[in-house]
Structure formats: structure tokens, C-alpha cells
Design a binder for this molecule. Structure first.
Ligand code: NAD
Length: 330
């Protein structure tokens, strides 16, 4: 029978990549559940402002470190979440070799740390392991369609190799590993400059700039609000017994990119028009998670509808752009 761990004791949890978009929301949630959190981050794409609300919290600590180097933590750890990896194409392609090393060598270092501490381990993998999928929607059983020599390979193949490492460690009985395959996630604290579709469109609309759609806009994506994803990650870390298989976490609602742009335009009073640019190399045509496994194993499914999540995200970007706007000279 499936049982779930109960948050009956305070755990010490390391969140690698904890200063990033998803990681910082995960740190908030774990602190909220009464745990002690060590946020380990190189700040390559993460930002101190994301973890500012936790800065002086007695159960929160930040360690600046690149996971490619050996990691030593001098107190017992119960759990490790590995979210450390740049996630948007302009960032992961800026130094593709480091991205690949982060996924492979970095995940290896964190797995070694987990083994030494007897800590449970969750790997943040990605729907990109499915590449440009020939199966739709994507189930975990699909092996993927990835170009191993293209400009996205540093990320896609890095994450695939990291999954292989995780399952080897699990089969060897060294570490209790769980693997989440995360689909497009959005929400407050996304970077305005990270080139992801949701943040791009919102920032362009708020700035009155033309909204860029790559290709004809008929390509589809699914969008998961960040709080839903964080709930799924925590559920996967805590579920017993270990599913011993990757679990898709994403929102199965499927929208065209053109449809998303229209939703943004309806939410932001703007005169912006839509401009089309060529599709990036190896850009997937369709993306939608099959979340049957997450429902069955975790009892998890997303709860925040796209319209609601988008409107919260628009409000956050509007405030953050206003706060960071250069002061007007009188
Ligand atoms: P992000 O770039 O905001 O966060 C990644 C964090 O990892 C940053 O704080 C960055 O500084 C840190 N980092 C990167 N390389 C590191 C290294 N070598 N050592 C230490 N820290 C390092 O990205 P995100 O959107 O929050 O994504 C978090 C994780 O979730 C990533 O592993 C990503 O692959 C995965 N993921 C995210 C999405 C999404 O839609 N956001 C989708 C699929 C998978």
C-alpha cells in the first residue's frame, strides 16, 4: 500500500539552485513547512533578490558554490533537491560546456554528497529529454527524439546523462533518488531577460514593444504555475515507496504560442502588435505532459488555471519593472 511521509520532524534540506526561479519558491515552501534549508548556488542565473525574503530567517542559510566542484556540508542532511542548472536557452547556451558539466559532473558531486549523508535526492530533470517528440502527449515511457550534436544538446543530453547517473546510483542502492521531468513552468521571479516565452511576451507587452512569436505561432506548449510545480516536487520527494521511475510534472493544458500572446495582450493594456521571427534550431513543435503517473503515484495535479497564473505573473512583472525603472529626472 502507498503511504506518504508525514512532516513530523524538522529536516535539514539542501536546495542546489535555490536562488533561481523555481528553487527560491521551493526554499520558501520548505521553510514554510518548518524545515531548515541550505540554499547552495553559484548565482550564474540565480539572484539574491529571489531569496531576500528569507535572508534573515534563522532556519535559512546560503552557500555560494558551483556544484561542479566537490561539496562538503558539515552537518547531517536529510534531503537534497538538485535544481542547479541554467534552464533557459540563452543562458544554457551562453557556456554550453559548463551547462553540460553542471548536469553531469555537478549532479555526480551532489549524488556523492547525498550518499555520504544518507540523504534522499531529487533530480530536476526536464521535458527536454523528450526532444522534438514523435509521441504526443509525452509519457515517461517515451525515450525521446533529441539531436545530440545541436545547440540544445548541452542541456537536453546533459539532463539525459544526469538521469542515467541518478538511476545507476538508485539501482546500485547508493542513494534514494527521485527524478522529476519538469515541463514549462512560469510565475513570479522569472527573469525578464531569460528568453522564455511567458516572460518575453509579458515584458514586451508591459514595455509597449512588439510581441515576438517565433515561427507561425501554431506550435504548442503547456504552462505550469510555479506553486503547482513546487507542490509536485515536494510530493515526489516525500512519497513512499520510491516510484523508481521518472515522473512528469507539468500542466496538461495545451496552448498555441499565438493563443498565449493573445491572452497576454488581453491582460496588459497595450498597443503592441505581434511580429514573427524564424523558429530557433531544434525547437519542439508540440509539448504536453501525460501526468497519469503523477496523479496515480503522488495524487498530484496542477490546480492553477493559466488565466489566473498569468494574471499573477503579469502583476508581479509590472511591479518589479516599476521598482527597477530608472528614476525620472525632474
Ligand atoms: P534558473 O536558471 O532560474 O535556476 C537555476 C539555478 O541554478 C540558478 O540559481 C543558478 O544560479 C543555479 N546554478 C546553475 N548552474 C549552477 C552550478 N554549476 N552550480 C551551482 N548553482 C548553479 O532556472 P529554473 O527555471 O529555476 O530551473 C530550475 C531547475 O528546473 C533547472 O534544473 C531546470 O533544468 C529545471 N527545469 C525548469 C523548467 C522551467 O520551466 N523553469 C522546466 C524544466 C526543467
Amino acid at each position: 500500500m502507498r503511504t506518504k511521509a508525514i512532516f513530523d520532524h524538522q529536516k535539514t534540506i539542501l536546495v542546489a539552485g535555490g536562488a533561481g526561479f523555481v528553487g527560491s519558491h521551493l526554499c520558501d515552501a520548505l521553510i514554510g513547512q518548518g524545515h531548515s534549508v541550505i540554499c547552495l548556488d553559484s548565482f550564474i542565473t540565480g539572484r539574491t533578490e529571489n531569496i531576500l525574503p528569507l535572508e534573515n530567517h534563522p532556519r535559512f542559510e546560503t552557500v555560494e558554490h558551483d556544484i561542479c566542484a566537490p561539496i562538503h556540508i558539515d552537518r547531517p542532511l536529510d534531503e537534497i533537491y538538485n535544481l542547479a542548472c541554467p534552464a533557459s536557452p540563452p543562458h544554457y547556451q551562453a557556456d554550453p560546456i559548463h551547462t553540460m558539466m553542471t548536469s553531469v559532473a555537478g549532479t555526480g558531486q551532489l549524488l556523492r554528497l547525498a550518499e555520504r549523508h544518507g540523504a534522499r535526492f531529487l533530480q530536476a530533470s526536464t521535458s527536454e529529454v523528450y526532444g522534438d517528440p514523435e509521441e504526443h502527449p509525452q509519457r515517461e515511457s517515451y525515450w525521446g527524439h533529441v539531436n545530440c550534436t545541436g545547440p540544445r544538446a548541452c542541456y537536453d543530453e546533459g539532463k539525459r546523462a544526469a538521469e542515467a547517473l541518478c538511476f545507476d546510483k538508485l539501482r546500485a542502492g547508493h542513494v534514494d533518488v527521485r527524478v522529476a521531468r519538469i515541463f514549462n513552468t512560469y510565475g513570479p521571479r522569472m527573469r525578464a531577460d531569460d528568453g522564455r516565452i511567458v516572460s518575453n511576451l509579458i515584458v514586451q507587452a508591459l514595455g509597449g514593444a512588439p510581441l515576438t512569436i517565433y515561427g507561425d505561432g501554431t506550435q504548442t506548449r503547456s504552462f505550469c504555475y510555479v506553486s503547482d510545480l513546487v507542490d509536485g516536487l515536494i510530493a515526489l520527494m516525500n512519497v513512499l515507496p520510491n516510484p523508481q521511475m521518472p515522473v512528469n510534472l507539468g500542466n496538461p493544458g495545451e496552448f498555441t504560442v499565438a493563443g498565449l500572446a493573445e491572452m497576454v495582450i488581453a491582460m496588459v493594456p497595450t498597443t503592441s502588435r505581434i511580429v514573427h521571427e524564424p523558429l530557433p534550431v531544434d525547437d519542439p513543435r508540440r509539448r504536453r505532459p501525460d501526468i497519469a503517473r503523477a496523479k496515480a503515484v503522488l495524487g498530484w495535479e496542477p490546480r492553477v488555471p493559466l488565466a489566473e497564473g498569468l494574471s499573477r505573473t503579469v502583476a508581479w512583472f509590472a511591479q518589479s519593472l516599476e521598482e527597477n525603472a530608472p528614476a525620472k529626472v525632474a
